[in-house]
Design a binder for this molecule. Structure first.
Ligand code: FAD
Ligand code: NAD
Length: 402
């Protein structure tokens, strides 16, 4: 009597929390659970703007997967997913091939470039520990290089953040805190450094509370950030950003944050997708594939109130992991009548602005300044608590709350 095989792809918020839910109790006696991830660590995507700017060490954002997953109950395989064969229920990894009875796809996102030329070749992205380590090192290298030249090249100290969505704003917030430190360290006058936040829409953080957007922009401007709003970027070249209005900014550091799309593996597997995200059914399964759950940034769910997709967030990925784990248990136990429908419960949005500053809306309350920053740290700690309890909060949490 073969145990059903559950295969979870990706150990981000969605995958990691699904594995953690499935390992509770004795469910491993009824099913063989396997988690596959590219790295042997889980990282907090939502913290990556900090190590990117160098305001937090990247090790604070990551943790060894086997420190959290009980390997007596869940097999962990460190390998990269190459492709998914949904008809034959197989997944090809770099080093081996696995088969499954139930699949959970939690492979996260990749940068959305909208086909703008030059982005892949000349811009950085805030995507993984490796990608942000590169940004931090590159920024420091720019400062170190500037002094070496007799004829100063200002493009070395010009930093462009493409897109003023939450990722762009959180990153430029950290960067604006880090620049004065770097100026001091490399004996460079602050006025030699320029920071740009470039946004196509008529406002930064489109759709967010206007008063809070204004607070954020004023604060960041006071720290030296130049906003160019209503100004789409049309091309990136080596050392240059070309704007729609004809302006060209010479910059050796372009960080691309114009949004995300679902991991391309999902679309390549033949699932129907919009910007790489599959519109899942109420139980979080791919339409026509009752054995495939898709969660996190690879999944698309519609906010019925406004008839538009929910923005992909960790908040939703984490909530989906509970429904996904419960539904897998129901299917394995043969109690299909217990399948749950996913209902997001959006508690709010809080974005950090670097230092002790943040903005946010929680329930119907607007927050800014230190109180928002404290709430942001509590949110970060809450996730650690859900994943690994108090020991993980004490090990990796943001304990300096005020
Ligand atoms: P991820 O958490 O991104 O995990 C995907 C995992 O899959 C990774 O571990 C990766 O290594 C692995 N993987 C990818 N490809 C492969 C492969 N081929 N083979 C094997 N493994 C693979 N959301 C919020 O709710 N609140 C916030 O405050 C917030 N802040 C953010 C700040 C930043 C800077 C960014 C970039 C995003 C932020 N988000 C926030 C969005 C949030 O991070 C994502 O929505 C969330 O990470 C999605 O979770 P996921 O499980 O789908 O993917
Ligand atoms: P986003 O889609 O939220 O923002 C991208 C921004 O780039 C938009 O404002 C868009 O108008 C702009 N843009 C697009 N093309 C452009 C161009 N050619 N030139 C200039 N600007 C351009 O994407 P994101 O900020 O990467 O966030 C991804 C997801 O993660 C979102 O769902 C977001 O809500 C979530 N997130 C949440 C938080 C938080 O809650 N604190 C933080 C970061 C990210």
């Amino acid at each position: 009597n073969r145990k059903p095989k559950i295969l979870i792809l990706g150990a981000g918020y969605g995958g990691m929390m699904t594995a953690s839910r499935l390992q509770k109790g004795n469910f491993h006696q009824d099913a063989e659970i396997t988690l596959v991830n590219k790295h042997d660590y889980h990282y907090q995507t939502t913290w990556l703007h900090e190590p990117a700017a160098g305001t937090l060490h990247h090790d604070r954002t990551r943790m060894k997967i086997t420190d959290i997953i009980d390997t007596h109950k869940v097999n962990f395989i460190k390998d990269s997913v190459v492709s998914i064969d949904k008809e034959n229920k197989k997944v090809k990894l770099d080093k081996e091939e696995l088969d499954y009875d139930y699949l959970v796809i939690g492979l996260g996102s990749q940068p959305e470039t909208f086909g703008i030329p030059g982005v892949y070749d000349h811009a950085f992205s805030i995507r993984s520990v490796n990608s942000v380590r590169l940004i931090r090192e590159h920024i420091e290298y720019m400062f170190a290089s500037y002094n070496k030249q007799d004829e100063k090249d200002d493009s070395l100290l010009t930093f462009v953040v493409a897109g003023a969505g939450f990722t762009g704003i959180e990153f430029v917030g950290e960067l604006s805190e880090r620049i004065p430190e770097l100026c001091e360290e490399y004996d460079i006058a602050r006025e030699n450094v320029s920071m740009y936040s470039i946004e196509a829409a008529p406002t930064a953080l489109p759709g967010f509370d206007e008063e809070l957007v204004e607070y954020a922009m004023n604060l960041l401007e006071s720290r030296g950030v130049n906003f160019k709003i209503n100004t789409p970027i049309k091309e990136v070249q080596d050392g240059k950003v070309l704007l729609d209005d004809g302006e060209v900014i010479d910059s050796q550091t372009i960080v691309w944050t114009t949004g995300v799309r679902g991991n391309s593996i999902v679309e390549e597997a033949g699932f129907e997708a919009m910007r790489g995200r599959v519109k899942v059914d109420a139980n979080l399964r791919a339409p026509g594939h009752e054995d495939v759950f898709i969660i996190g940034d690879c999944a698309l769910i519609i906010n019925e109130e406004i008839n538009r997709p929910y923005p992909p967030t960790a908040q939703i990925a984490i909530q989906q992991s509970y429904t996904c784990a419960n539904n897998i248990k129901a299917l394995v136990k043969g109690t299909e009548e217990e399948l749950e429908e996913f209902q997001p419960d959006i508690k709010g949005t809080v974005a950090s602005l670097g230092g002790k500053e943040a903005i946010g809306v929680v329930g119907d309350r607007k927050l800014y300044g230190t109180s928002a920053s404290t709430v942001k740290k509590l949110i970060d700690n809450r996730y650690l608590y859900l994943l690994g309890g108090m020991p993980l909060v004490l090990k990796k949490g943001k304990l300096n709350l005020f």
